[in-house]
Write a protein that binds this ligand. Sequence first.
Ligand code: PGA
Length: 251
Amino acid sequence: MSGRKIFAAGNWKMNKTIAEAEVFAEKFRSIPVRDDVRVGFMVPFPQIPAMIRAFAGTPVEIGAQNVHQELSGAYTGEVSLPMLKELGVNCCIIGHSERRAYFNETDDTVNQKLRLLLKESDITPILCVGEKLDEREEGKARTIVSDQIEHDFEDIPKDLAVRTVVAYEPVWAIGTGKTATAEQAEEMCAYIRTQIGALYDKATADAVTIQYGGSVKSGNAAEILGQENIDGVLVGGASLDPEEFAKIINR
Ligand code: PGA
């Protein structure tokens, strides 16, 4: 046993209206879930206040799916850290592969966002890394992931780095129904931990929470969460259904 607490986070992506989020919250709150698991929902910006209200007085954390790297300015359509702090979010995804693929997110901007979240707030960053299918097939998966980790953690001291949740999400397993095998997921999460150890030290590597994400559902959650170096899951599609997500938590 690693002693690290399991963290099950839902990533709703661009799904659910506020009314639908409220229905979800009411249903989810009626389902008993184990209390030794950290639970969070990363929801679209407009749903954040309603979800924070719906889960007030519970340990469930509500977070965002992105933040801009500047504190304010002429960035039409973006949301800043002071705005997220004012809302009272607990977590924020950064560097999701969909943001990297469709919105020009680079390791430079991810690094700026990680530094900002860690230095200017108590918000838990959920930093997504992962290789694409062709990169895995070409035997480059480890190189891609280690380059991301190295770049994303640049100029971040270890006392701050330790607060980061790293989510290993192989791009080929996201939304495809194609889960990495538990062995593939464990192998890369162990590698990420070793790399954090090399960047910082073993105590930091041992303390960091590492999630796996990519087609996680109730049927594969137990095997994935049973791996030594996997401390949680980042769940897209299956987090939209309160019963299915509760089954993942209760696996
Ligand atoms: P998925 O998405 O569970 O629908 O594959 C995971 C993610 O992108 O965070």
